[in-house]
Design a protein around this ligand. Structure first.
Ligand code: BGC
Length: 883
């Protein structure tokens, strides 16, 4: 035995004897990425059977889970599954595994860990423990009352001993800031999320153990009006003391209230803050509140209390202005260089009572002054009145936000500098999930515009815009950019919440509303707007494999389809308010409505099928086919041989859902191509609806090059045109407008093209038959002059990567497939002959045949344009060459 081998063996023996061991190099690794209901270690879980997910890792390719074991315990180290020990469960399921232990109790921390067995039966080490903390599960757990009376509320209390564990549960309407013993609790702002308050009010849970102490304590809350347009606080502290014993502190009439420095606050108009009215020390114990009033009990909002199980709104970034100009005496205009949602942090020193005013806008006039015409009635103005202490004062508004790139500062005592203000970027703090980049700069610029557009409009609901007197959850906007959002950000918890919001507005007759929560627009929703319900439900199923969401919303989706049926005549749904909104060429509204009616019926049938509802499956398939026939009868123009008025959208919609008879499809596709290429000089003329489906349709039908030309176009109308004109976020209109008409400069609804970047260019696609990326199709498109593209996506199952570059006679593709997933990997032949493919140097395809042997690969076939491999998990590097 060589010396080295002896050493290895000896070490192994010692390690084995000591009872601990390094897993062998080819063994399954401990699960990571543990999530509960999509969230990492969430607080305030109020789902009775929360679902657990974990990510697998394995050094071998082609691996997957054959079994798992989950332990859930009240002990942080999870030595045993005293609340749930799943035992060894033979199953490949590593996501959405429902908790099935002892019934969960309110306000407790459930620690959990998981291990798994790979395909050959080798066990992984246990994961590091994760935790989920339950909310208040029963209405009777709430001891407090809704109180109000002024915008500052406080309460002092004593603790006999040190706290061992303390949680705060708070529903502070419209918005709250919670402070304990002088410190802000958590990093949320503009909390809680906006809901239909008559149906539901969200509460947040915080761990305040570290903020409380033995002896005197103070809890203090500032309330803003928010969307609730009034103020009401429900709060409860559940405190467990060291050495046993519990105590509760809840909002009631014993609280004290006073009006604080926020003189007025409004989402649209801004905040007025008078620092002279501050009450220093009010958020700490020992403050003399003798002249504060007693809190009054206020009428409780009618809605049920639900835990806010999604990322909160936070200050996620700080940006510094690019430049400052002074177009007039005493007027200073800052260019932040980027349109975004958020606030300004102001630094100022000056006399007591001086009033500094900040106005926000997306645009400026040529003379450098603010153009606020497109804000309509939103005043977007924050006012700070100085305390005048002689020190530098720092102000950042609390209960408003603005959509802006420019800031006008007036009333500033002295001469402001560039760093007098900073931009604070504020939106729902969704984690980034995807990345896309390509060799064509304009595509990367568009992608950047879309990322800013999406994040600017995540404000607990997906909004249409962030600046004018609107900022509504317009439903078409929401579903049209949902896939782009899901490919770029971790949206699962956000959309879970939004779907419940949609359900909350649904009428007993199945009607939905144009906006959710419903404030603007109509009931019933335009069919293209109401479609957000079936579509976002469906996307959640596709992207997350979320079957529970189908179960929860099936009846609602079906009711929406049924409602549309009551409004239809002979299969045609004629009512339409907006149709293919803001197009270059209009499309008849009834055509768009009937398309979405068909889409709803079809999705209802598919959902019914997945849920095993046989009678419904048949019924809605039949309905869908009746609508399809009616559509073909009504909108086909035999004379002109096109649908509707022949607009691009009129052609795209029936083709997208394969509604047109087969023998027509080919001719229609050429009519569409002609319209784009010859009649519009390679431009789209679609509105928000046609645009989404156009790009997908072109790619699916073998017209990727044309889709690419549209994406890379830089003259009007195109995304590139916005960039040429200096946009930093997507506009509402293809046209450049800056007047008082409807023209927001931060509207994400044309952002559907980002999904196309991922799907078509990078080539990352899901398989609807095995959703949640259990099966993946990697199908990159080396369109026209594109030299390389690269995409990645963090899914619930792990990371997917597809990154390619090509040379004249070769195509190189790097792919990563998560453990437990499978993929179909397409290598484009680039029109070459004598094709050979190597994977990490080894020949895997030659002479028109698969060459077995590379780990993880299971076979290959070819079509006229691609070699297609079947692969298991792992990272691969393919190189296709030819002549
Ligand atoms: C919104 C749109 C919305 C539309 C409905 C506009 O005011 O900003 O994005 O979808 O109304 O017509």
């Amino acid at each position: 035995m060589s010396c080295k081998r002896f050493l290895v063996l000896a070490t192994a023996l010692v390690v084995a004897a000591a009872g601990w061991s390094q897993p062998p190099a080819n063994a399954p690794q401990a699960p990571t990425g543990l999530r509960c209901e999509y969230l990492v270690n969430p607080l305030g879980v109020d789902v009775p059977q929360p679902r657990l997910s974990w990510v697998l890792a394995h050094p071998e390719r082609g691996q997957g889970q054959s079994a798992y074991q989950v332990l859930v315990s009240l002990q942080p180290e999870v030595a045993a599954g005293d609340h749930w020990d799943s035992g060894r469960v033979t199953s490949a399921q590593s996501t959405q595994v429902p908790y099935a232990g002892k019934p969960l109790e309110s306000g407790r921390a459930y620690h959990w860990k998981v291990r798994w067995w790979d395909k050959s039966g080798a066990a992984s080490p246990w994961s590091a423990p994760a935790v989920f903390d339950t909310g208040l599960l029963a209405a009777s757990d709430w001891k407090g009352k809704f109180i109000g009376g002024a915008n500052q509320l406080r309460k002092e209390f004593k603790l006999e001993r040190r706290p061992a564990r303390a949680r705060a549960y708070i529903a502070g309407l419209g918005y709250y800031e919670l402070r304990v013993n002088g410190r802000k609790v958590g990093r949320s702002v503009l909390d809680p999320g906006w809901t239909t308050y008559e149906k539901r009010v969200l509460y947040a849970a915080y761990d305040v153990t570290g903020l409380l102490r033995q002896g005197a304590n103070a809890v203090a809350v500032t309330l803003g009006q928010g969307w609730y347009a009034s103020r009401a606080l429900l709060l409860q502290l559940n405190i467990e003391l060291e050495g046993g014993g519990r105590t509760e502190v809840a909002s009631d009439a014993s609280w004290k209230v006073a009006q604080g420095p926020i003189l007025s606050d409004s989402i649209y108009d801004g905040e007025v803050y008078d620092a002279r009215q501050e009450t220093p020390g009010w958020d700490r114990p020992g403050y003399d509140d003798a002249n504060w009033k007693a809190a009054s009990l206020v009428e409780a909002p009618k809605g049920v209390l639900s835990a806010q199980m999604m990322p909160p709104i936070r200050v996620v970034d700080t940006i510094v202005p690019l430049k400052m100009t002074s177009p007039r005496r005493g007027v200073y205009v800052y260019d932040m260089g980027q349109n975004f949602s958020g606030l300004v942090e102001l630094r100022v020193k000056g006399p007591r009572g001086a009033r500094v005013r900040l106005r926000h806008s997306e645009l400026i006039y040529e003379d450098g002054t603010l153009n606020v015409e497109n804000l309509r009635t939103a005043r977007a103005t924050d006012t700070y009145i100085l305390r005048g202490s002689g020190e530098e004062e720092v102000y950042q508004p609390r209960f408003t936000y603005h959509g802006f790139r420019y800031v006008e500062l007036t009333g500033y005592p002295g001469a402001p500098k560039l760093d007098t203000i900073r931009g604070r970027v504020v939106h729902t703090d969704v984690a980034p999930a995807g990345g896309f980049a390509a060799s064509k700069p304009v595509l990367n610029q568009i992608q950047r515009l879309i990322l800013w557009g999406i994040t600017s409009n995540l404000h607990s609901v997906p909004t249409d815009c962030n600046q004018r007197n609107e900022r509504m959850g317009w439903m078409a906007d929401a579903h049209l950019y949902a896939e782009s959002a899901m490919l770029n950000f971790d949206m699962a918890a956000f959309y879970t919440n939004f779907l419940r919001d949609i359900h909350d507005v649904q009428g007993p007759d199945g009607t939905l509303t144009d906006t959710v929560p419903h404030k603007y627009g109509q009931r019933p929703a335009d069919p293209a707007w109401g479609a957000a319900y079936p579509l976002i439900t469906w996307y959640m199923y596709l992207y997350q494999g979320d079957r529970r969401i189908l179960e929860q919303h099936y009846e609602g989706v079906k009711a929406w389809t049924d409602f549309q049926r009551t409004r239809s005549q002979d299969g045609i749904l004629s009512y339409s308010y907006y149709g293919d909104w803001v197009p270059v060429v209009k499309t008849p509204g009834p055509l768009v409505s009937t398309f979405y009616y068909y889409y709803s019926a079809q999705l209802t049938a598919r959902m019914a099928e997945i849920l095993g509802k046989t009678a419904d499956t048949e019924a809605y398939r039949k309905l869908a086919s009746e609508i399809q026939d009616a559509f073909n009868r009504k909108f086909w123009n035999a004379e002109t041989q096109v649908y509707g008025n022949g607009s691009q959208t009129s052609l795209v919609l029936p083709l997208y859902l394969d509604m047109a008879p087969k023998d027509r499809a080919g001719r229609l596709m050429s009519a569409l191509r002609d319209d784009i290429v010859y009649y519009n000089n390679t431009h789209l003329t679609t509105g928000i609806i046609g645009t989404k489906y156009l790009m997908e349709l072109l790619t699916r039908s073998g017209n990727s090059d044309l889709a690419y030309e549209l994406a890379a176009q830089t003259t009007y109308p195109s995304w590139g045109y916005m960039i040429e004109r200096g946009a930093t976020t997507l506009w509402e209109l293809w046209q450049e407008r800056t007047g008082p008409s409807m023209n927001s400069h931060n509207h994400p609804m044309f952002g559907s093209v980002s999904a196309w970047f991922y799907n078509a260019l990078a080539g990352i696609n899901l398989d609807p038959a095995r959703p949640g990326f259990e099966r993946i199709r990697i199908q990159p498109t080396p369109a026209r002059d594109l030299r390389w593209a690269s995409g990645s996506l963090e899914t619930l199952r792990g990371t997917i990567v597809s990154s390619w570059n090509r040379a004249e006679k070769s195509f190189r593709l790097e792919v990563t497939i998560p453990v437990g997933s499978e993929a179909e990997i397409h290598l484009p032949k680039l029109g070459l002959s004598g094709i050979a493919v190597r994977e990490s140097g080894q020949v895997v395809f030659r002479n028109d045949a698969y060459q077995p042997g590379a780990a993880g690969l299971r076979g290959a076939r070819q079509t006229a344009s691609a070699v297609i491999f079947d692969a298991g998990s792992g990272s691969y590097v393919f190189e296709l060459t030819g002549e």
